[in-house]
Design a protein around this ligand. Structure first.
Ligand SMILES: Nc1nc2c(ncn2[C@@H]2O[C@H](COP(=O)(O)OP(=O)(O)O)[C@@H](O)[C@H]2O)c(=O)[nH]1
Ligand SMILES: [Mg+2]
Ligand SMILES: [Zn+2]
Length: 293
């Protein structure tokens, strides 16, 4: 039989079959020994002929993509949530998440949450920064209901993982989008101004013909080593124009004859997004240096 892993706890995996039945399975010994331990989101072949607690995952079907922290496979979309009030938006983190999406073949959707508490100008500013990327962008309020149907429409048959800073409202949005989900929502800690980490287990919840995953946070680009020279290729708005630079190896930093920089200067590409691109390019260059120390 084939199924979808919803979660794994202590070597026991909950597998959903096509008819909506769930089975608790162990992984076959061979799978446990390789580094190919099953994760939430994996499509698997399993055998439930072993009786009561004898269901066994035999093999993992090829993965479309795999994130390691959180451990989840086969994502269609990453819902990148930002708060328009508190915590203050960290757009460098947003750009890193978008980069992760580009690398893994996951479609990003940016959700500007807490619109009920927002200054209108902040939403406009962030929208303007990402307009040229072509990524979907939704303004929403998990508590007020604004934009919730638009978030729901993004799920529609897709496997979607919610990511972003602690306390931006990921769990609240999921609760608003998926009736009866009842995920735990954390209040902002008065001490740190950050949310409590209330989401631990990586679990897929079937919803809107697809599935959703909540996360407490995200580790970024841990194993990935991007060539600094190739970073810009993961920016859709630069990809569109970078072919017109004088030098094919142009990184759009200080090279003469660059076709991208004038677009930033004249305002057709976002200054903020470009400045953060430079920070990321710098970080990657530093990392590379240390690799050969
Ligand atoms: N005003 C307002 N508060 C929200 C909204 N969404 C979430 N919150 C609050 O923000 C805090 C953190 O929410 P939570 O869903 O736990 O954030 P998470 O850490 O990203 O999952 C809680 O106190 C929520 O009630 C919203 O749209 N508007
Ligand atoms: Mg949460
Ligand atoms: Zn250039």
């Amino acid at each position: 039989m084939e199924g979808l892993i919803l979660k794994g706890v202590g070597g026991f995996y909950t597998v959903l079959d096509e008819r909506g039945n769930t089975y608790v399975c162990r992984a076959r010994g061979k799978l446990r020994l390789d580094d190919t331990a099953p994760v939430a989101g994996d499509r698997v072949r399993f055998d439930r002929t072993g009786g009561e607690d004898g269901s066994v995952i035999l093999s993992i079907l090829p993965r479309r993509n795999l994130l390691t922290r959180p451990a989840v496979a086969n994502l269609d979309k990453l819902i990148v949530v930002v708060a328009l009030s508190t915590p203050k938006p960290d757009l460098l983190l947003v750009d890193k998440l978008l980069l992760q999406c580009e690398l893994k073949g996951i479609l990003p959707v940016i959700v500007l949450n807490k619109s009920d508490e927002a200054e209108a100008s902040l939403a406009c500013d962030i929208r303007a920064q990402y307009a040229a990327t072509g990524y979907a962008l939704i303004t929403a309020s998990a508590t007020g209901g604004d934009g919730v149907p638009d978030v729901r429409a993004q799920i529609d048959g897709n496997t979607c993982c919610f990511a972003g800073q602690s306390a931006v409202g990921k769990s609240s949005l999921l609760n608003a989008v998926v009736p009866d989900l009842a995920l735990e929502v954390g209040a902002l800690s008065r001490k740190t101004g950050r949310g409590r980490h209330t989401t631990r287990l990586t679990q897929l919840f079937p919803a809107c013909g697809g599935a959703v995953v909540d996360t407490p946070g995200f580790s970024l680009l841990e194993a990935e080593t991007i060539e600094p020279a190739a970073l810009w290729l993961h920016y859709p708005e630069m990809r569109e124009h970078g072919g017109c630079c004088r030098y094919p190896e142009c990184m759009h930093l200080t090279e003469p004859g660059c076709a991208v920089k004038p677009l930033v200067a004249e305002g057709s590409l976002s200054v903020g997004r470009y400045e953060r691109y430079k920070i990321l390019a710098q970080e990657l260059t530093e990392k590379r240096k240390h690799k050969y120390d």
